[in-house]
Design a binder for this molecule. Structure first.
Ligand code: UTP
Ligand code: MG
Length: 497
């Protein structure tokens, strides 16, 4: 059953702030006066951070006085910092925020003073606050970490993801995976990394990742990443793979043939686009724009209505990134199934017919089921699953979306195109499908790696096989699968690895 009762209102995405260190902007945030404590920070880093903050419109005081509202320190010894502060003869000390550098870096990243949270505070009574989670407890497997959508280390993980993608485009698997794993570890931390020391006992971080972290800590950016972002080949492959139906192999082929833009491709008579790619270009503007949660919910209602019209006992579940609590996604993923085993294929076909009759199906690629329990277990690590599924582009009317469509200002249309995936497993495979399609991709990779390396088991979207006992392990729910693997249950919203 699809529930839309908890539908939240969509939020506008913040625009990335343009950083300029050399320019001295006017003060923008008049009620925040920062003082950077030089102890432990050192005078050159303090000067650098002062300039950085001022260039973004923050007021930074050179002298600690009662005018200061936010004291920022890199000193992890709370007791010695407080002893020093108390010796400064301030009348307003009890009114000041005494903050860890992570508040400062968060504010620089956001381009505004962020709200002070408990994790930012250097509290008098606490002797140590530098790394609130003991790093020794961080597992090398994403399926043993809890990763919400709040990423405290985006500045590093964004850089790692560019590097991973660049290695992927060059088909260099080792470093690609290493950067993906490192990004995933940093995403799981409930605190922001503000010195290299804080990462020393974390798993999956090596020489290369640490060098990138250090550069970002010192300069606010990575020159290696900037070089990649400015690289023509990277930019072109990134552009081409952003089209629905275009993978890295096709993108590379087009690049080698001298194509550099969409118009190059569309003007080249010898390039034959398949149906998916044609629709990808046709609806590019819409489907390259993020889908909001409210839009995902509206689509859930449309599919739910179609499913109910076919059979009242069918099951419909929202999966993918939206099940993990993401605010935006690139598509909307649903599982549909029915207790009548063997009816999965026809269920999908019936849904497609209904959407077609409503005139809202802009594209549909339907794949019939090739699922065969006797061909399991599969030893292929990242094999696609064999269930009946369809990849759709659906026309979504704005009037159906609470808060309206996610559209550009200039776009006055009352509809947009949205990518939707439907997968239809037999009911007894439901738990495995739900776990596999909820993602994230890194979470799934590590679940499978954990099963193989730690438990001698094979897990995929169809089944869990115990190689020691030589038998399949049955599961009705995701919790059953975690229990078979001897793992603590991780909620969907904690799987944003
Ligand atoms: P998505 O690519 O939709 O990712 O796949 P996402 O996490 O929802 O994020 P968005 O859409 O980019 O916002 C969802 C999950 O479904 C699995 C993927 O591995 C991923 O974990 N999946 C997808 C399959 O298992 N099989 C498929 O054929 C397609
Ligand atoms: Mg998705």
């Amino acid at each position: 059953m699809f529930h839309s009762s908890t539908m939240p209102r969509p939020r506008k995405r913040p625009r990335p702030e343009e950083a300029s260190i050399s320019r001295h902007d006017e003060a923008k945030f008049l009620d925040v006066r920062i003082f950077l404590v030089e102890r432990k920070m050192g005078s050159s880093r303090r000067t650098f951070l002062t300039q950085l903050a001022r260039s973004k419109g923050f007021i930074v005081e050179d002298i600690l006085s009662d005018a200061v509202t936010h004291v920022v320190s890199e000193d992890s010894q709370a007791s010695s910092l407080w002893m020093w502060l108390k010796g400064c003869a301030l009348r307003n000390l009890s009114m000041m925020h005494v903050l860890d550098i992570c508040w400062f870096t968060d504010s620089m990243r956001e381009g505004r003073p962020v709200t002070v949270e408990t994790r930012h505070l250097i509290q008098e009574a606490l002797p140590e606050v530098a790394t609130p989670t003991p790093v020794a407890t961080v597992s090398q497997y994403a399926c043993q970490r809890r990763t919400t959508i709040e990423n405290n280390n985006r500045i590093f993980t964004d850089a790692f993801e560019v590097l991973a993608e660049s290695y992927e485009f060059n088909e260099i698997d080792g470093p690609c995976l290493a950067f993906r794993r490192a990004a995933s570890v940093l995403k799981s931390l409930p605190w922001a990394v503000h010195c290299l020391r804080a990462t020393q006992d974390l798993p999956c971080l090596g020489e290369h990742t640490n060098a990138v972290i250090e550069e970002i800590l010192q300069c606010g950016r990575s020159f290696e990443v900037e070089k990649i972002l400015a690289d023509e080949r990277y930019q072109t492959l990134k552009l081409f793979t952003s089209v629905f139906g275009v993978g890295p192999k096709t993108a590379e082929k087009w690049y080698r043939r001298g194509m550099r833009s969409f118009s190059d491709i569309l003007a080249e008579p010898s390039i034959h686009l398949n149906r998916m790619q044609q629709s990808g270009f046709l609806h590019y503007r819409d489907i390259s724009r993020a889908v909001s949660k409210a839009e995902a919910w509206a689509l859930g209602n449309i599919i739910d209505e179609a499913v109910r019209a076919i059979t009242p006992d069918a099951i419909l579940a929202l999966t993918g990134g939206f099940r993990r609590g993401k605010e935006f996604g690139h598509d909307v993923d649903f599982i549909v199934s029915t207790p009548e085993v063997g009816r999965e294929d026809s269920l999908l076909i019936n849904i497609i017919e209904i959407l077609e009759n409503q005139g809202i199906l802009l594209f549909c690629e339907h794949q019939t089921s090739t699922f065969d329990m006797s061909k399991l277990p599969s030893h292929r690590f990242e094999a696609m699953d064999h269930y009946a599924k369809c990849f759709l582009i659906v026309r979504l009317k704005g009037s159906l979306v609470e808060g309206g469509l996610q559209m550009g200002e200039e776009d006055k249309r009352d509809w947009r195109a949205v990518r939707v995936d439907l997968v239809s497993p037999p009911m007894d495979r439901y738990a495995f499908t739900l776990l596999g399609w909820t993602g994230s991709r890194q979470f799934e990779r590590d679940l499978r790696r954990f099963a193989r390396s730690e438990r001698r088991m094979l897990l995929d979207n169809h089944a869990l096989y115990d190689k020691t006992k030589k038998e399949f392990l049955a599961a009705k729910t995701e919790k059953d699968i975690f229990a078979h693997l001897g793992l603590e249950y991780i909620e969907p919203w904690q799987r944003n690895a």
